[in-house]
Write a protein that binds this ligand. Sequence first.
Ligand code: DGL
Length: 215
Amino acid sequence: MERTELPVAVFDSGLGGISVLRALVRRMPGEDFLYFGDSANAPYGVRPAAEVRELTQSVIARLYARGIKAAVIACNTATSAAIGTLRAAFSDIPVIGIEPALKPAAAQHRHVLVLATPLTLREEKFAASAEILPLPCPELVEFVERGELDSPALTAYLARQLGPYAGHVDAVVLGCTHFPFARRAIRAALGGGVALYDGSDGTARETQRQLVRRG
Ligand code: DGL
């Protein structure tokens, strides 16, 4: 089979990458996609970077052996820990990562809350300032992984985590691909008027750009 006819692999530690898959399908409805969520080993965000690198590399190696024309790392945590290693190991296909959409948020808003896993916040080394407030939310990954998107427990958790920021931030960066599924509950905890940013459309655009470039 020609490389161009192979599917595009989309990888996450679990279900979160489906938020990126949705953007990819919307942008490139003619492509075939192969989704792999490593739910057996999720969550990744509380593991050491070396372990996340190993887990990610072994999954992408399996998908690569099966035949893929590109790999989208639809996981901020795996991107921050492994993107360099993956690009070196699978250099004949595009390997696209996702990063917290901090730039567009900071360009438009003054007080930006960045929600991500502890590992992403460590690896991306956000310089916290009066304007940029990083907040690790590892439990939110588990709520989404359980499909718990509007339970009383989730509402109480978000009220505890985000309540203190209500009225003090104008934008929130969803720096983990699980979090867009809890968008409604996040907005409710912070009150209306808060802009939410995530990297799924940017990642889909970059994937399309790279596929076009490779013909
Ligand atoms: N969905 C992943 C991300 O974008 C991480 C979730 C996890 O901790 O496994 O960071």
